[in-house]
Design a protein around this ligand. Structure first.
Ligand SMILES: Cc1cc2nc3c(=O)[nH]c(=O)nc-3n(C[C@H](O)[C@H](O)[C@H](O)COP(=O)(O)OP(=O)(O)OC[C@H]3O[C@@H](n4cnc5c(N)ncnc54)[C@H](O)[C@@H]3O)c2cc1C
Length: 696
């Protein structure tokens, strides 16, 4: 039959790709899902005729208009003629009967009958046994009972109500209306109803208030973080303003809560949706986000009434629809001079709008066009006389805002861990539905090994997050020991930088778990990866935070490290007697010892050495500390086999990369030179100019 021959011999790929366009054939298991043309010639004839009818026959008689490239027009025309002839000759009744009998795909509908089920979101609290286990292990039993109920209820609300709103936020992006119909400059940031509803829900659920009411004493932070963790992946990124709101509340609490700050604090921590405020945090200017000391050009002119007017340009301001913000500026003296460097920076509080709803000396230049987090309006702002209150001592702005950074970095960590968890939960649902090579993909050991590795990363990241939350709670209720305070200081930047990287790699792997669908925007999956990319950038890039870790060590004269070693050792000691964990404890102990040796060696080296080692050092702190946490959790009397297994798998990796790399000599001064040589080889920027003195 000519049509069959045409399909099988002349253009088989074309036929196959036609199927794929109709989403019938999963790429990985083509054999299972592709219709067999050769063994069912009659059926093929029908499919092909149908194809021709749809694609070509409307143009028959006018082949040059068929829209195909010139080289295909002739065979196409021939095939149509042949097919038309066959159709005329064949028995229609007979053919119809065959179609019905075989239930031929595409015979009744143009899009086929097979549709892949999409992964469904269940109550994310009930599905998270690791979170439940953590809370059960740590909270007093009565408190656990209450918290357990609350989180179950909230988990249901996330699925039933919040997740849908979050998706709405993603689809209805914020817009900037700069002028009204009459040409007046208004700079209105328009957000969707779902985004506004998120604000109300945040107040109703006390997502900020929980941390400041301290109903559960030192465990209040753990409870708040658990709630945020459930909320984050469905929140449409409303967690961004909440992070800064929490940070602002923390700064105000640590200062004197009086005057205008008292009003702000009560709004930030309110449970009343009508009263609740969110806050921004404006630090980054055009010249620098990492280097705020050199980058901040904003000046503050004191007014006779003691308030200030701010003049400057803020280059990144997220959640610009917030009610208030904290920002840095340089107070100008009576002669018009300002102090440069960190010592010239003070912290200011301002409301975004006046009582009449007008912007407070602020012009919104434009909204940023971002890779991800598009739900959040991030703007460039001109401050042209914005009325503000100085809330730190003059020149103490950076130390005053440090509390905000601690909180926002913890929120960054919450989002990182939460989005990893969400991706895994969706991917495991999908693996239970998707069929390839004769079985569900969950039954392919290699696929499940990939997911198990993601799970190990996520559990490790989760325990580090909870540890930091626990220590913060202790500090806020004056129950933290010196060791707790040291570890909180050291591990907050470590948690932020390490989990940010974990999130990006886990989400990337997670998308792959969905095959081609993982790449499709309308599944909502790619946005998770796009959003995660910000985690390693804002609130301090990986390098800047690694340097902050060194600063913490130097400032405490090594005491933060003494506390680190003591805490990890105690975790290892509590796990050593569990036979299944013994080998993993040995591995972790060896890594801890290697880290100890490295710090001894590093103490004798110069700052150049430490700078090159900073990132690997921070990673080593993360991996070793997490190893201790996983082992301790696995040694719990109610630990599951999966808890033990994840601790074992975690400890198999190189837990102390800083020692490994140092032993190769890669932090020596000459490697800095060679790194530059490597990076700029062939670049006209440095050609012929490079020598050791350029980099030393
Ligand atoms: C979506 C988004 C939202 C944001 N929202 C806000 C906001 O609300 N408020 C706000 O204040 N800021 C915000 N930012 C800005 C963000 O905090 C900064 O972009 C970030 O801190 C980095 O600063 P930078 O852009 O000036 O980069 P740079 O400082 O120019 O850094 C460029 C690169 O150089 C590296 N680098 C710099 N110095 C060193 C060093 N000493 N050693 C080694 N490496 C170094 C960095 O690691 C980085 O890789 C936002 C950014 C994004 C992307």
């Amino acid at each position: 039959m000519r049509t069959t021959l045409f399909l099988c011999s002349a253009k088989p790929q074309a036929a196959q790709s036609g199927l794929q366009r109709k989403r019938l054939t999963p790429d990985s298991d083509v054999a299972e899902n592709t219709f067999n043309y050769v063994s069912k010639p009659r059926v093929v004839r029908f499919r092909f005729l149908y194809f021709l009818q749809r694609m070509y026959i409307p143009y028959s008689g006018r082949p040059k208009h068929c829209g195909w490239p010139q080289q295909y027009q002739s065979p196409c025309y021939m095939a149509t003629l042949s097919a038309s002839a066959t159709l005329a000759k064949g028995s229609e009744k007979e053919d119809k009967a065959i179609l019905e009998e075989l239930e031929v795909p595409f015979s009744k509908t143009a899009v086929g009958t097979f549709f892949q089920d999409h992964p469904k979101l269940g109550n994310q609290y009930l599905e998270d046994v690791f979170l439940q286990g953590y809370l059960k292990r740590h909270l007093p039993p009565k408190m656990f009972e209450e918290v357990n109920q609350q989180l179950e209820r909230f988990g249901a609300r996330v699925v039933d109500e919040i997740d849908y709103l979050g998706r709405e936020c993603e689809l209805s992006l914020p817009q900037l209306q700069q002028y009204d119909a009459w040409g007046q400059r208004v700079d209105r940031i328009i957000t969707c109803p779902a985004w506004k509803r998120m604000k109300e829900i945040s107040a109703e659920e006390g997502l900020i208030a929980e941390a400041y009411e301290r109903k559960y004493s030192s465990w209040s932070r753990v409870y708040q973080v658990s709630k945020m963790y459930l909320y984050a992946p469905s929140s449409g990124l409303f967690t961004c303003p909440l992070a800064m709101t929490d940070g602002a509340a923390k700064v105000i609490e640590s200062l004197d809560i009086s005057g205008p700050l008292a009003e702000a604090y009560s709004h930030l921590t309110s449970r009343d949706p009508k009263q609740f405020w969110t806050s921004g945090q404006w630090m980054t200017e055009r010249k620098g986000g990492s280097d705020v000391a050199a980058g901040t050009e904003t000046i503050a002119r004191e007014q006779p009434d003691g308030t200030y007017r701010l003049y400057g340009f803020k280059w990144f301001t997220s959640a610009t629809d917030s009610d208030m913000t904290l920002t840095l500026g340089r107070a100008m003296d009576t002669k018009g001079n300002t102090k440069q460097g960190t010592k010239g920076l003070s912290l200011f509080y301002l409301k975004i709008q006046s009582e009449e709803g007008k912007l407070n000396g602020i012009e919104v230049q434009r909204l940023k066009e971002k890779l991800g987090t598009r739900q959040v309006p991030t703007a460039e702002l001109l401050l042209d006389g914005a009325k503000a209150f100085r809330i730190s001592d003059e020149g103490h702005g950076v130390s005053a805002i440090a509390n905000m950074l601690t909180i926002t970095r913890i929120h960054n960590t919450i989002f990182a861990v939460a989005i990893m968890r969400r991706m895994i939960n969706l991917a495991r649902e999908y693996a239970n539905q998707r069929f390839a090579f004769g079985k569900f993909i969950k039954d392919h050991p290699l696929h499940i090994q990939t997911m198990a590795r993601m799970e190990v990363q996520t559990r490790g990241a989760f325990l580090l997050l909870m540890e930091v939350a626990k220590l913060l709670g202790l500090e806020e209720t004056n129950m933290a020991t010196k060791q707790d305070q040291h570890i909180l200081r050291l591990m907050t930047p470590v948690a932020k930088l390490y989990t940010g990287k974990q999130a990006i790699s886990t989400l990337s792997e997670g998308l792959e778990c969905f095959g081609g669908q993982g790449y499709m925007e309308d599944t909502g999956l790619p946005a998770m990866l796009r959003d995660a990319q910000v985690l390693t950038i804002w609130e301090g890039t990986t390098n800047i935070l690694s340097l902050d870790v060194l600063r913490a060590v130097a400032k405490s004269e090594g005491q933060v490290l003494v506390s680190f070693f003591a805490a990890v050792q105690s975790n290892l000691d509590s796990s050593v007697n569990i036979p299944e964990l013994a080998y993993s404890v040995t591995l972790a102990q060896a890594a801890l010892n290697r880290l100890g040796e490295f710090t001894q060696r590093a103490g004798l080296k110069g700052s150049g050495f430490l700078e090159l080692a900073a990132r690997d050092f921070a990673y080593s702190l993360a991996r070793i500390y997490i190893g201790g946490l996983l082992l301790k959790h696995a040694a719990w009397t109610k630990a599951s086999p999966a808890d033990i297994y994840s601790a074992q798998r975690w400890c198999e990796q190189d837990l102390c990369p800083v020692d490994t790399v140092d032993r190769t000599g890669s932090y020596k001064a000459e490697t800095a030179f060679m790194n530059t040589t490597l990076v700029y080889e062939g670049s006209p920027l440095l050609k012929g100019k490079l020598n050791m003195s350029d980099v030393s």
